[in-house]
Structure formats: C-alpha cells, structure tokens
Design a protein around this ligand. Sequence first.
Ligand code: URA
Length: 220
Amino acid sequence: MILPYPVLFEPEPNCQLCPRLSDFRNKWRSEEPGWFNAPVPSFGNLDAQLLIVGLAPGRRGANRTGRPFTGDFAGDLLYATLQKFDFSRGEYLKSCQDKLTLVNCRITNAVRCVPPQNKPTGPEIANCRDFLFREITAMPNLRCILALGSLSHNAILTALGQKRSNYKFSHAEFYNLTDDLVLADSYHCSRYNTNTRRLSTEMFELVFEKIRNLIKTKPV
Ligand code: URA
C-alpha cells in the first residue's frame, strides 16, 4: 500500500471540487479577509508514526488560523493531550505563530475546507478522500491512524478500500488493518462531546495511553 515517497498533494487554495464549500469560503473571505479561509494543510512531518484525522476545520479555529485544531475548543484538549503524551514540543498558544512542533505525529482532516454548521456532506467527504488517501500512503513509517469521530473513521476505511462493516466505530477500540497499521477510534474532542460528557479528558487520555504503548519509540 505504501507508494513511492513523497506523493503528497494538498488541495489548491481555490479548490472548486465542492461548490458549497467554495461558496462558504468566499463568503468568509469577504467577511473576514484577515483569516486563512482556504483548505487547511496538514500539520506535522510525513515520517511520523501517528496520523490523527479530524473531521473538518472549525470556522473560527483552523479556518481562521490555518492549522488543524488551532484556535478552537477542540484544539485545547487535543494539544494538551499531545503534550502530555510527548507527541508535541513547545507551548500551544492557539495560533500558528507559536513555536509548537509535533513529535512523531501528524494531524489532518477528512475534509480540508470549513463546512457550514461544521457538517460536511457525503459528496464533500468523497471529494476530499483522495487527499486523505495520498496523505496516508505518503507516510512511510505510519503505525497508527487515530480517527476522531465516526465520520473520520468511515472516511479512513473507505479511503483505504476497507469494508466498513468489519470495523464498527467504538471509542478506544483499536483495529489491526494490516500487520503494521492500526486504526484507533476516539470520540471527537469537540466542545459538544465534552459538554455532554460523551467524552471526558480521562477517556481521551486512555486512547493516547494505548497509542503510546503501540508507539513505544522515545520522541527524538
Ligand atoms: N478543527 C479541526 O481542524 N478539525 C476538527 O475536526 C475540529 C476542529
């Protein structure tokens, strides 16, 4: 499955694959010209062993700052947890201008553009699938993909040509997709999920404890 390295490409800033998302982007470009307002590129190195897959950029978060999970509520829990488990170095300051680096970890989104109401449609997820596939196949050391939420879980399985019915989404479940690649599931670290107590800090950290056991190599 690993393709010659590197074969990555990101959507172009004016990507037109999804008319609704392109219209939404244009609306925010005129209302908030200082924001990033473009497909948000992945964060972290391609030689990482862990790939975290979120849903889509938050309107006032990644869509504003240009870095996945940066500047919104979901990022507060994610980046604190990455730091706790040594997957990041430097202080997270909710902005791309901080000096934060990821260690053996990369973060991307199933859908690269901000969707209205935070809800991408099926065709939009399908349009972005090729970017996800290339992301995964461009990571030569990939050992674990963490899906944040069932939508990301399904997007990963479909991108990899796996049958969804063989891998039911379940929090803290780990599936061996191949001898070398594990799919880990977590509820999304969204404000909604933490406010409704579907996801607690302890539940999220449990997933990272399991990932740490899988990826034992000390961060460099
Ligand atoms: N920010 C992201 O980049 N992705 C999410 O899934 C949520 C917030």
